[in-house]
Ligand binder design. Sequence first.
Ligand SMILES: [Zn+2]
Length: 84
Amino acid sequence: MSHVARRPAWHCDTCDQSWPCDAARRTLLAEYGDDRLALAVYLAALQAEAAGQLVGEDPLTLRARFLGWTRRGGSPRTSPSPSS
Ligand SMILES: [Zn+2]
């Protein structure tokens, strides 16, 4: 598997972006599909591990990095259901 996190720096082992990089995000979304809750649980565990290794990193920044992109549509605001 490529585009995995290289600890303890938490950079991608393939493209050297901060992990999760764009490719890793796409892979995770493909793996988890509609199960965003399971994806969030998995990423929250990784975030906790990273927080212990990336000393001095802002927890809110880490949260946005690991979890902020998982919301459907990529927007922080969810729109109401289209059915009325
Ligand atoms: Zn990568």
